[in-house]
Design a protein around this ligand. Structure first.
Ligand code: NAD
Length: 253
């Protein structure tokens, strides 16, 4: 299937590793020029080398989405180098882990800045041009915690659900302008983050055995879903929060 997005400009935040990098690769493979942003210059440089293999224009911006001025700067630099952003993949690291009585107010601040306001500011920075051009795709990366609260992750449960609320609302407001807004909810995906949380290979394998398909997911399995949602082929999919979890969630709808 031709996804119909060759020549589009994609901005992927948190794009130097894991799910973000995988999404950037899937989009570059489909013919998009890609800008990735992240905080670590060395990993960002490595990501650029990997992305250049697809033969499209690749640009990287060093930025922390927690910084209130980052979104506008990243969007402007993308426009200057590649053109206006057609596709935004709003992604970043997860919020601090912990039960309610384990996280402090500073942790709440980090989570809201990184995972809610970071996303909102990115959307603010790219939406007006998408609307005026009559085409745009916004895909947020959140978590399975949108569907069912995950124990010990109060900040994720709270801030990801808020993002899902933004997605559902915005999708209804801007769908008529050709801008579609969707949300991807990964289950356990083998990235640095999950490897760090699990500690060792045995724990990772054990975690995979809890999933109906018998393993944890691969980042590219999420990246391809992101590329589909960002594509011309997903032109009637708007406002969804889509689980990519190997069937782990028991929630019916
Ligand atoms: P990861 O830690 O492997 O990669 C995160 C990427 O985001 C890296 O490129 C990092 O440099 C960048 N980043 C982190 N904080 C940033 C910030 N403030 N500003 C800019 N860039 C930043 O993580 P991942 O496993 O790919 O997860 C991506 C997202 O998906 C996270 O929000 C995570 O919580 C969520 N998620 C992951 C899983 C999983 O199992 N891997 C499951 C559910 C949800």
């Amino acid at each position: 299937m031709d996804l119909g997005i060759s020549g589009k400009v994609a901005l992927v935040t948190g794009g130097s590793a894991g799910i973000g990098l995988a999404a950037a690769k899937s989009l570059a493979r489909e013919g998009c020029d890609v800008c990735v942003c992240a905080r670590d210059p060395e990993r960002l440089a490595d990501a650029v080398v990997e992305l250049q293999e697809f033969g499209k224009v690749v640009h990287a911006v060093l930025a922390d989405v927690e910084d209130p001025s980052a979104a506008r700067r990243v969007a402007e630099e993308t426009r200057d180098v590649l053109g206006p952003v057609d596709i935004l993949v709003a992604n970043a690291g997860g919020p601090p882990a912990g039960r309610f009585d384990e996280v402090g107010l500073d942790d709440w601040d980090v989570a809201v800045q990184r995972n809610l306001l970071g996303t909102v500011r990115l959307i603010h920075a790219v939406l007006p041009e998408m609307r005026s051009r009559g085409w745009g795709r916004i895909v947020t990366i959140t978590s399975r915690s949108v569907r069912e609260a995950i124990d010990g992750l109060v900040l994720s449960n709270a801030t990801r659900s808020a993002v899902a609320g933004v997605v559902r609302t915005l999708a209804r407001e801007v769908g008529g302008d050709g801008v579609l807004v969707n949300n991807v909810l990964p289950g356990p995906i083998e990235t640095e983050r999950l490897r760090r949380l699990m500690g060792d290979e045995e724990a990772l394998r054990g975690r995979g055995e809890e999933v109906p398909v018998g393993r944890v997911g691969r980042a590219e399995e999420v990246g391809d879903v992101v590329a589909f949602l960002a594509s011309e082929r997903a032109s009637f999919v708007n406002g969804v929060s889509l689980l990519v979890d190997g069937g782990e969630s028991r929630v019916i709808a």
